[in-house]
Design a protein around this ligand. Structure first.
Ligand SMILES: Cc1ncc(COP(=O)(O)O)c(C=O)c1O
Length: 405
């Protein structure tokens, strides 16, 4: 609290905008931490949650099931890669990842095959719980917990061929259980984008060595990267896919971990010990499922596809105009995500530009949260061309004069 700016009380939100108690309005240029897809207080989602609340609020998702979860499962399976056929619900992105890691480890344990190592990409982020933190490896974010993280081997992100060489060396040992990655873009690590072809080679190699692959689509899911899911841009599909954030359109907390029939079969047994003994109180909360169904209605509407295309096109035009600016180290976009890395001797989340940029944009009515000297825009799909232009104009101003000096 010593270093944080005073929190602004927000009274209401509508569409792209957050309205403070004093009447000031802010554009939500990062979709409230990447969760909001269609704008705030959308009537279709709000009424779906309200209707559900009057019928069935929350039940234990053990012994029982319910229509919103069943319908959501069938609709998700209809839009996700076809090799995924089972869903395990939880309640946030970190738990969706924990569950994938635990299922992957137990898969080998159930089959009595000694594969216990987890592989990941350096610079990754998979959440705040211990398994998710461990998967990311030792970073500046989790330094106080280094002694408590379990060992995970991390290879370079697939920006060069080095990652393939490192992966091959790790797989040769024969003890790797699974490989987890953020497909196409490492979000919290600085919005670092890499080509699908390189990831495809890594997944293909894992398949050759029968190592399970886990795509963490907690950030990339539901249209952020130009396709419905980042994995849609891959030839080789992962064995697990983790979802949360945009799953409910950003209204309620829900996590989902998808896996293949082969993984599911490794848990089918007459012995309870073979089962996956894991559950959260709010697993598959009916209100969250109703929200997710309403959000899917909106996401799959052609008008939403057109909006995502518009955002992608505007981002790409802005990148083309400013990519070679002397103060720009990296300016790239992937679908609806735009990232700008300012030149700095060392790039870091702790860079002094972070509070400077935050303050500047907030005082101009735009809510962003730079990752150190990396500024990114990840807006709700309801944003229009003029609103995007306003954001770009402010970004352009930060590149001029003595703003950064
Ligand atoms: C790729 C990725 N995985 C997992 C998480 C954790 O999600 P949650 O904050 O819902 O626990 C995040 C959060 O930013 C993320 O970006």
């Amino acid at each position: 609290m010593h270093t944080a700016a005073t929190a602004i009380p927000i009274a209401r939100a509508e569409g792209l905008y957050l309205y403070a108690a004093d009447g000031t309005r802010y554009m939500d240029a990062i979709s409230s931490w990447w969760v909001n897809l269609h704008g705030h207080a959308h009537p279709h989602i709000a009424s779906a949650i309200s209707a559900q609340a009057q019928v069935l609020d929350q039940i234990a998702f053990a012994n029982f099931t319910h229509a919103p979860a069943m319908e959501l499962s069938s609709r998700l399976l209809g839009v996700l890669p076809k090799n995924l056929s089972k869903i395990f619900y939880s309640d946030n992105g970190s738990t969706a990842v924990e569950i994938a890691l635990k299922i992957a480890l137990q898969y080998w344990s159930n089959r009595k095959i000694p594969r216990t190592k987890i592989l990941s990409l350096k610079n990754g982020h998979h959440g705040e719980t211990f398994g998710a933190m461990s998967a990311a490896g030792k970073t500046e974010f989790n330094r106080p917990f280094w002694n408590h993280l379990f060992p995970v081997e991390s290879i370079d992100p697939p920006l060069t061929d080095l990652s393939l060489v490192q992966l091959q060396a790790a797989l040769e040992r024969g003890d790797v259980a699974c490989f987890i990655f953020e497909p196409l873009i490492q979000g919290a690590g600085g919005m670092v984008m890499y080509p699908p072809q390189r990831l495809d080679r890594l997944i293909q190699l894992c398949k050759e060595y029968e190592v399970l692959t886990i795509a963490d689509e907690v950030m990339t899911g539901f249209g952020r990267t130009g396709t419905l899911f980042a994995c849609d841009q891959l030839q080789h599909k992962p064995d697990f896919l983790c979802l949360s954030k945009g799953l409910t359109g950003g209204y309620l907390s829900l996590g989902a971990t998808l896996c293949t029939e082969d993984v599911f079969q490794a848990f089918l047994s007459d012995s309870l010990e073979q089962a996956f003994l894991h559950g959260h109180s709010y697993t598959a909360n009916p209100l969250a499922c109703a929200s997710a169904l309403a959000s899917l209605d909106l996401l799959l509407d052609p008008s939403c596809t057109a909006q995502r295309e518009l955002i992608a096109e505007c981002h790409s035009d802005f990148c083309n105009a400013y990519r070679h600016h002397p103060r720009v180290k990296r300016l790239t976009s992937l679908g609806t995500i735009l990232a700008l890395e300012y030149h700095a001797p060392t790039s870091s989340y702790f860079h002094s530009l972070r509070p400077v940029l935050s303050r500047y944009f907030l005082s101009n009515g735009i809510f962003i949260r730079p990752l150190g000297n990396v500024l990114y825009i990840l807006p709700p799909y309801c944003i229009n061309r003029e609103e995007l232009r306003t954001i770009y104009d402010h970004i352009a101003l930060t590149l001029e004069g003595d703003f950064l000096c």
